[in-house]
Design a protein around this ligand. Structure first.
Ligand code: PCA
Length: 218
């Protein structure tokens, strides 16, 4: 059995729940394509999130797949991220009160990394199953992008991780969160978990991504 690392974030910005962690922990132990999911919670803190990721990467077998999840409140769909950028630029303080502005995630690192997940095949598969999904071209510049960039930097620079695929997916708010913010889109937890099962299956099965237009005007 190989290992799939699925990370989710703790709650942040005065929230009490984070769907990304609820989804990850619901799938902890789930077996898929000869691999088993290990759910790991990341602190919503610059630096500390990557320290926790390093621990999880080092403990146990080299993972076949690492997928980071995070909440993007305001989004209505499951959105696999295309690109991580080498910038920390926090609009609000993180859970430790840190608020870096225009700082690199990794000093001297490349400007960006692309996800190595088959993001178009994932979106295609989710939509075919009637689940809302689209490719996102920006993971922002807060702790999610930080974790995504840090992950891809590790996969690119640590020889032991050379064969591990990785990426990041933002998920919508839960109905209980949207109930407190009129007009906020949401997706029930069961639907998010179902989508993530399909996403992981696709990520394991599809070696080469499909070519399908996914560009948006905005
Ligand atoms: N979302 C934030 C950080 C943690 C989370 O779940 C983000 O999009 O950066």
């Amino acid at each position: 059995m190989s290992r799939i690392l699925l990370t989710g974030f703790e709650a942040f910005d005065r929230d009490t729940v984070n769907p990304s962690w609820e989804v990850a922990r619901a799938l902890d132990g789930w077996a898929c394509g000869g691999a088993t999911v290990q759910a790991v919670q990341l602190p919503c803190v610059f630096g500390a999130a990557l320290a926790r990721l390093d621990e999880a990467l080092a403990q146990g077998a080299v993972p076949r797949l690492v997928v980071g999840l995070g909440l993007a409140s305001g989004r209505a769909e499951i959105t696999p991220e295309r690109v991580a950028i080498n910038v920390d630029d926090a609009r609000i303080p993180d859970n430790a009160g840190r608020q870096p502005v225009d700082a690199p995630v990794a000093a001297g690192g490349p400007a960006a990394y692309f996800s190595s997940l088959p993001i178009k095949a994932i979106v295609h598969g989710l939509r075919s199953a009637g689940l809302p999904a689209s490719v996102s071209n920006s993971a922002g510049t807060f702790v999610c992008n930080h974790a995504f960039y840090g992950l891809m930097h590790r996969l690119a620079t640590q020889p032991v991780l050379a064969r591990t695929r990785g990426g990041f997916v933002h998920v919508p708010a839960l109905p209980e969160q949207a109930a407190r913010a009129p007009g906020m889109p949401c997706l029930p937890l069961e639907t998010q978990v179902q989508a993530m099962r399909l996403l992981l299956r696709t990520a394991l099965a599809v070696e080469r991504d499909i070519v399908e237009a996914g560009g948006a005007l905005h």
